[in-house]
Design a protein around this ligand. Structure first.
Ligand SMILES: NC(=O)C1=CN([C@@H]2O[C@H](COP(=O)(O)OP(=O)(O)OC[C@H]3O[C@@H](n4cnc5c(N)ncnc54)[C@H](OP(=O)(O)O)[C@@H]3O)[C@@H](O)[C@H]2O)C=CC1
Ligand SMILES: Nc1nc2c(ncn2[C@@H]2O[C@H](COP(=O)(O)O)[C@@H](O)[C@H]2O)c(=O)[nH]1
Length: 370
């Protein structure tokens, strides 16, 4: 496709997005809250079910078909590679990792996919990818998703790579992100739609990440939970249900994961997964015991010796999970329990039954160990 056609697609996407926003009847939010601010009201349980009986899998559309999986995604961060992918997958009982791109060669990225098998994985892509690399990647039998992973995903610059992916016959399983408003969501939606994808995913979150400095360095980005609530309502109101939503960043506990999942089909996490499944280089050990993990941002100066547009930092975390399998178990238990507090046996019922309330500062303190 030539530049003129891409420019036309970009304009057409903008027109569609503007029309959708203009006819959206709900008032725009003035205050955005995040996970710690709100909780779910417990109601009742009319069916005598055990927590272990609720259905916690979500259906996704992959590059090859459909997949019912636990809806936890590993963040595309360079300390989370094939060992993490296998552990988080947990022989099909766990979540899905989206392998990183920043700082890695094409050959390393293909090798990471192969080494992750039998786990199904996604792979992060930038806006400049070779056709030959995409071809080889798409031949990998355990590839489930490709994820256009840039800071500002509602961006016409993704059109050429979307075109290359579509030209390989891919109709589904493409993730685009990140977006941070209903305007960004609508524009990204139409970029995907006009590129010819049938089912796709839009990743939501500008600035909530644990090692993210976007909001500090640029002043841009809004509270993650309200953003998800707003985009979820917008997506459903517009009937844009061929687009699934992944919430990306800001999860500090299984409760945060649960809250995100009420307004997204999947949740991507980096910090929560900090464990012995990370790469050896970032593990901090004492007498053979895992004490901590160094987490650093993909837009920080540590990754590619980036000198400009720094929007990431680093932090040393206490490793609170042995490995990614254990982390997934904690997420699953939290979700199963949450579902039974609102009389839900599957994720659709759960999303329909959840009502959030905003808590006072004292109530937030009460929620912690005190
Ligand atoms: N979720 C989040 O809040 C954020 C996540 N990140 C993560 O950091 C990594 C590196 O990201 P990124 O810097 O995008 O990767 P790249 O440096 O590869 O940038 C990808 C493309 O996006 C463009 N781009 C980046 N930021 C912006 C922006 N704010 N406005 C317009 N265009 C932009 C770049 O153009 P140019 O550089 O020429 O402007 C470049 O063409 C990724 O893994 C990303 O997910 C980074 C920041 C925020
Ligand atoms: N603004 C930045 N965001 C970043 C960077 N590196 C990663 N990320 C984002 O964070 C999430 C993971 O968040 P967490 O709270 O679960 O740890 C990841 O998926 C990216 O979207 C960065 O350098 N800058």
């Amino acid at each position: 496709m030539n530049t003129q056609t891409l420019d036309q697609m970009s304009l057409e996407a903008l027109e569609h997005a503007r029309a959708a926003i203009a006819s959206y009847p709900y008032p725009r939010l003035e205050t955005y809250y995040t996970f710690a601010d709100k909780t779910i009201i417990p109601t009742f349980l009319t069916r005598p079910i055990s927590r272990s009986q609720v259905e916690v899998r979500q259906r996704f559309y992959t590059v090859r078909g459909t997949l019912d999986a636990f809806p936890a995604f590993g963040a595309s961060m360079s300390m989370m590679r094939s060992r993490f992918a296998r552990d988080v997958w947990d022989e099909g009982h766990g979540g899905i990792h989206v392998l990183p791109r920043v700082g890695l060669s094409d050959a390393q990225r293909i090798q990471d996919v192969k080494a992750s098998a039998p786990a199904l994985v996604g792979v992060a892509l930038g806006i400049h990818e070779e056709v030959a690399f995409l071809g080889e990647l798409l031949e990998q039998p355990n590839l489930a998703f490709v994820s256009i992973d840039i800071a500002h995903g509602a961006n016409a610059a993704v059109l050429p790579v979307l075109e290359k992916i579509r030209a390989q016959g891919v109709e589904s399983g493409v993730i685009l992100g990140n977006v941070g408003s209903i305007e960004g969501f609508a524009y990204a939606y139409w970029l995907m739609k006009l590129s010819g994808f049938k089912h796709f995913v839009i990743k939501v979150g500008v600035g909530p990440g644990s090692v993210c400095t976007t909001r500090i360095n640029t002043g841009v980005g809004v509270g993650q939970l309200s953003l998800l609530e707003e985009i979820w309502q917008f997506r459903n109101h517009c009937g844009y249900t061929d687009a699934q939503i992944i919430s990306d960043g800001g999860v500090n506990s299984s409760g945060d994961f649960v809250k995100a999942l009420t307004r997204a089909e999947g949740v991507m996490m980096g910090k929560f997964f900090a464990s012995g499944s990370f790469e050896d280089e970032v593990l901090i050990k004492k007498d053979g015991h895992l004490e901590g993990v160094l987490l650093f941002g993909m837009a920080s100066s540590l990754v590619t010796e980036k000198r400009n547009y720094i929007e990431g930092s680093s932090q040393t975390l206490k490793a609170f999970h042995k490995d990614a399998r254990e982390a997934v178990s904690r997420l699953r238990e939290g979700l199963q329990s949450a579902m039974t507090y609102v009389n839900a046996t599957n994720l659709n019922e759960f999303r329909g039954n959840v009502r959030f309330v905003l808590n006072s500062a004292a109530a937030i303190t009460e929620a912690g160990v005190h």
